[in-house]
Design a protein around this ligand. Structure first.
Ligand code: FES
Ligand code: FES
Length: 160
């Protein structure tokens, strides 16, 4: 089937099988391997991307369902000159990752949270990030990273 959607602001047109997941479409057809696959049945959150601004499990969605949508993957966080996004900087600074497998999904969930609530409480961060599982870091550093990134992003918005 012919599908057309945008990924990280670039228009993509593909001919894919209806059974192909969005995760496989992104990874194999678009070459965007930053979206990780862990459980492949909607539990771990590693494959989280934003579809029209809303978090979606790319392993549970078919590529054809993205037709006409705007998809953002972790690669979309990269700045114009290749610099890390403040959220990524914050994960590094606050020990929000070890192996990094869960990190793309964590970042996309956190991005959605901070877009909608620039000053979330730690309880809100824990609740909103509860759909993302990390097997190595522990969640303290992740919550610290999201809270700190919220402050940085808010400051940069206040300055503008
Ligand atoms: Fe999609 Fe685990 S790989 S939720
Ligand atoms: Fe390894 Fe989260 S950093 S699974």
């Amino acid at each position: 089937m012919d599908v057309t959607f945008s990924v990280n602001g670039e228009r993509v047109r593909l001919d894919i099988e209806p059974r192909r997941t969005l995760a496989d479409t992104l990874r194999e057809d678009c070459g965007l391997t930053g979206t990780h696959l862990g459980c492949e049945h909607g539990v771990c959150g590693a494959c989280t991307v934003l579809v029209d601004g809303q978090p979606a499990r790319a392993c549970l969605m078919f590529g054809v369902q993205a037709d006409g949508s705007s998809v953002t993957t972790v690669e979309g966080l990269e700045g114009e000159d290749g610099e890390l996004h403040p959220l990524q900087e914050s994960f590094v600074a606050h020990h929000g990752l070890q192996c990094g497998f869960c990190t793309p999904g964590m970042l996309m969930s956190a991005l959605h949270l901070l877009d909608n609530d620039p000053e979330p409480s730690r309880e809100t961060i824990r609740a909103e990030m509860s759909g993302n599982i990390c097997r190595c870091t522990g969640y303290q550093g992740i919550v610290d990273a999201v809270a700190a990134a919220g402050e940085v992003l808010k400051e940069s918005t206040d300055v503008q």
